[in-house]
Design a protein around this ligand. Structure first.
Ligand SMILES: Cc1ncc(COP(=O)(O)O)c(C=O)c1O
Length: 396
């Protein structure tokens, strides 16, 4: 067993920069798996704990591999800083735990990722009042606000129907009561939309999705000002939702190709949405880039370089029709999640919304035969041909 006293002090590596003890800088951020760090002396410890220098003591507090990816995501969203955590739902929950109080009120939309509904049941138990709105009626937010409204939580485009909410207009309304506006930007991605620039106070991501992009890691990110970073860091350190270093490394690697992937997903999705809108047997195609709708008018104002890779549509007349269609696909995978290199399709009624009471699943436009499609980076001709052959089989 090595003992530190067996080595002369002079033979120890210099640790002035823990990321570059190699003489030259490694081409990729090293995966630092250490849980704890040897204190070089009390003065270094003081500087780290007082925040005078970036340094590390214990993994639940911070980790250099995680910190590197936080800086990269903050830059993509044009933010001062970013807190990365174990999953998208950890990110949402950290926001609720940090900013909500018993006796407070929050406005949420039915059209957000289903697990938020489960978290809302916990929040109610803790004394938080919740008003649920349909994202199609986002103008009603003004009427829903109360003097004790602390937070408005929204997704745009929304999950799964891709409804578009005017973030700047919501912020205007929120100002009246001093409520924070938090936008889950997972569907849009920072390639197409930067909610902080539109007035949002915080942006949340399931980095499991397009930021990672390869179906091989779970992570969440919360992006905002340095002041918010401090508050959210406190929560993460307290409850222990710090991401592991290996997932942070994978996430940083995913970010290197993120823009290429996002551009391809969006151009594929635009062609496919227009194609599907012309297909017999497909109705209610919902894609923010389909011209002529009110959603499109807002999307053009607040999104850029396209409209993302997410869409929803109804197949045939029944859930059996939708199941037959999905079962016949050969290129597009029948799986949950989104934003990955592969195209993924699922029936929200049976998956992401399964745990909601049935009336809540259908009350805002999701039908039993609605499918959600996350378009990947495959050749568009292959995707189009796959949809066409599956539709033919469904009818046959
Ligand atoms: C829009 C959105 N936000 C948050 C989440 C939760 O992310 P995670 O699965 O990483 O916890 C999801 C998951 O699908 C999502 O689609």
């Amino acid at each position: 067993m090595p003992h530190k006293n067996r080595k002369s002090a002079g033979s120890r590596p210099k640790l002035s920069d823990p990321l570059t003890p190699y003489g030259n800088r490694p081409m990729v951020t090293p995966i630092v798996n250490a849980v704890n760090y040897e204190y070089l002396d009390f003065e270094v410890l003081r500087k780290i704990t007082d925040g005078e220098v970036d340094g590390y003591t214990y993994h639940r507090d911070d980790n250099p591999t995680v910190r590197a990816v936080e800086r990269a995501i903050a830059e993509m969203e044009g933010a001062e800083d970013c807190v990365v955590c174990t999953s998208g739902m950890a990110a949402c929950s950290m926001v609720y735990l940090t900013y909500l109080r018993a006796g407070g009120h929050v406005v949420m939309f039915h059209d957000i990722y289903g697990a938020n509904y489960k978290v809302s049941l916990i929040l109610e138990r803790l004394g938080v009042e919740i008003t649920w709105l349909d994202a199609a009626n986002w103008q009603d937010v003004g009427r829903a606000l109360k003097p004790n409204t602390q937070l408005i939580f929204l997704e745009t485009p929304s999950n799964p129907l891709c409804k578009v909410i005017d973030v700047a207009a919501i912020k205007e309304m929120a100002r009246e009561v001093g409520a924070m506006v938090v936008v889950d930007n997972t569907f849009a991605t920072p390639y197409h939309q930067n909610p902080l620039a539109l007035g949002a106070d915080l942006v949340v991501h399931s980095a499991t999705k397009a930021l990672g992009g390869h179906n091989d890691l779970m992570a969440g990110a919360i992006v905002g000002s340095a002041e918010h970073y401090d508050k959210l860091w406190f929560t993460r350190q307290a409850i222990g939702t710090t991401l592991d270093a290996y997932s942070a490394f994978l996430l940083e690697r995913g970010l290197k190709t993120f823009e290429l992937r996002a551009a391809r997903m969006a151009s594929n999705a635009e062609v496919l949405a227009e194609h599907l809108a012309d297909c017999a047997g497909i109705t209610n195609v919902r894609y923010p880039g389909l011209k002529g709708t009110e959603d499109y008018a807002i999307a053009v104002r607040q999104m850029h370089k396209g409209f993302g890779g997410m869409m929803a549509f109804d197949v045939g007349a029944t859930q059996e029709d939708a199941k037959r269609f999905i079962s016949s696909l050969q290129v597009i995978y029948h799986a949950v999640s989104l934003g990955s290199t592969e195209s993924l399709i699922c029936i929200p009624f049976l998956t992401t919304m399964l745990y909601m009471p049935p009336e809540r699943r259908t009350g805002f436009g999701v039908n039993p035969n609605t499918v959600r499609l996350s378009v990947g980076i495959e050749p568009i001709e292959e995707l189009q041909a796959d949809v066409d052959q599956a539709l033919k089989k469904m009818k046959g």
